[in-house]
Design a binder for this molecule. Structure first.
Ligand code: ZN
Length: 144
């Protein structure tokens, strides 16, 4: 993976009812290519990453609920399918979270958890970010 600058946009995540249908749509309509599929039981989701051919540029992350207790199932029940969160790269997520806490920014995760690609991720509360659920991600060195 190319070197990403702190604060650049990593992906936009979309909550979907049916992952297979959504994958097909983003491939057929936008021409994106699937770069990664992963099931993350701790977060109750199946995720597919798509990117423009060449694997550069901002990714789209499609999220499907594993079961009814999944946060994605609850999101869709309340709001319907749609944009779920946006994710920014950070160089050092522990340091960033500490700084945000000192600034009084409301966090959903005060400590990073494991995300896709062995990344470390944490979410900021949407109330702190103009109603947008924001994810921060520090990618491990060995991803490509
Ligand atoms: Zn995400």
């Amino acid at each position: 993976m190319e070197q990403k600058e702190n604060g650049s946009l990593y992906h936009i995540a979309i909550a979907v009812n049916n992952l297979k249908d959504a994958e097909k749509l983003y491939q057929d309509v936008i021409g994106l290519k699937i770069t990664h599929r992963e099931e993350i039981p701790e977060q109750g989701v199946r995720a597919t990453m798509l990117q423009p051919a060449g694997k550069t540029g901002t990714a789209i992350e499609l999220l499907e609920a594993i079961d009814d207790s999944s946060p994605i199932a609850k999101f869709i029940e309340k709001k319907g399918e749609g944009i779920h969160h946006i994710c920014f790269y950070v160089d050092n997520i522990e340091k960033t979270l500490k700084e945000l806490k000192i600034k009084g920014i409301k966090l959903l995760d005060e400590k990073p958890r494991l995300g896709a690609y062995n990344s470390k991720v944490a979410f900021i509360h949407p109330k702190a970010m103009n109603g947008v659920l924001v994810e921060l991600a520090e990618l491990s060195e060995k991803t490509d």
